[in-house]
Write a protein that binds this ligand. Structure first.
Ligand SMILES: C[S@@+](CC[C@H](N)C(=O)[O-])C[C@H]1O[C@@H](n2cnc3c(N)ncnc32)[C@H](O)[C@@H]1O
Length: 253
């Protein structure tokens, strides 16, 4: 076990360690999807491994929900989880004819409208074959503004932990592979050492209705706002300055 600032990191099997943890506010995780990606020869940079050859057992998801009030589970379309309205989608900004997935889905325990984060999969460096982008994981945490302690039982290179450090949350991470565990320790340690560029009190997610209300105020009516914004969005034109409140979710500038 390593304690690094507000992060407690376990090297081991989450099936052994989760039952020993107390309650956490939320589990935000990215388990193996069971699609063999870690052994995929396309990922030429990374040593081939077998951890993604099968998804975790249902018992792991029962354990996760028994210790946490909220869960965001990437790859939620693979695990037979109960129906939920609150999917979070990562649009990887791939061309239409790209041979690999153009998006990934996270299952969210909260009933809320589905949301999309758009960020190219080649816009950041990876030390782990399925490493998530840090802004994506910060965006996930914005949906959990009250969560003070977040656990990731399939931590990989520690991206959830880095996002927690950036967002001022306590983090508990578990990783079974020593190499990935050491990468996670280094990344989280580096994050705790530098002054945060991010606000430590994450802003609550911007609600679509208030964006439309604001845009409607400046454009005349609610319907005018929707029509104008979707026309410009589809044609690639910038959103007009009169719609200054209409910006992509996650853009907190
Ligand atoms: C999809 S990856 C997570 C990648 C992570 N989101 C990141 O940004 O680096 C899943 C990780 O779960 C780990 N893992 C698989 N089975 C595990 C288990 N039983 N307990 C803990 N970790 C496990 C794998 O070694 C792998 O690093």
């Amino acid at each position: 076990m390593e304690q690094i600032g507000d992060a407690t990191l376990y090297l081991g099997d989450c099936r052994d360690i989760l039952p020993m943890l107390g309650k956490v506010d939320a589990v935000v995780t990215d388990p193996p999807y069971g699609i063999g990606i870690a052994a995929n020869p396309v990922r030429q940079k990374h040593v081939k491994r077998d951890w993604d050859n099968s998804p975790p057992d249902q018992s792991v998801f029962s354990l996760i929900s028994s210790i946490s009030a909220d869960q965001i589970i990437w790859g939620g379309n693979y695990f037979g989880l109960p129906p939920s309205q609150g999917f979070l989608i990562w649009d990887k900004k791939q061309p239409q004819d790209f041979s690999l997935a153009m998006c990934e889905m996270a299952w969210f325990s909260r009933q809320q409208p589905a949301k999309i984060w758009r960020q190219s999969v080649i816009s950041y460096n990876k030390q782990h074959p399925t490493q998530k982008p840090e802004p994506l994981m910060r965006w996930c945490l914005e949906f959990l503004p009250d969560a003070e302690i977040v656990c990731d039982p399939f931590m990989g290179s520690g991206t959830t932990g880095v996002a927690c450090m950036q967002g001022g949350k306590k983090f508990i991470g578990i990783e079974i592979d020593q190499n990935y565990f050491e990468i996670a320790c280094r990344r989280i340690d580096a994050e705790t050492r530098q002054p945060s560029m991010f606000t430590h009190a994450p802003k609550p997610p911007v609600h679509q209705s208030s964006l439309f209300d604001e845009a409607a105020d400046s454009l005349g009516s609610f319907n005018d706002a929707i029509t104008e914004v979707s026309r410009r969005y589809k044609s690639g034109e910038p959103i007009p300055p009169t719609c200054k409140y209409f910006k992509p979710l996650g853009d907190t500038s």
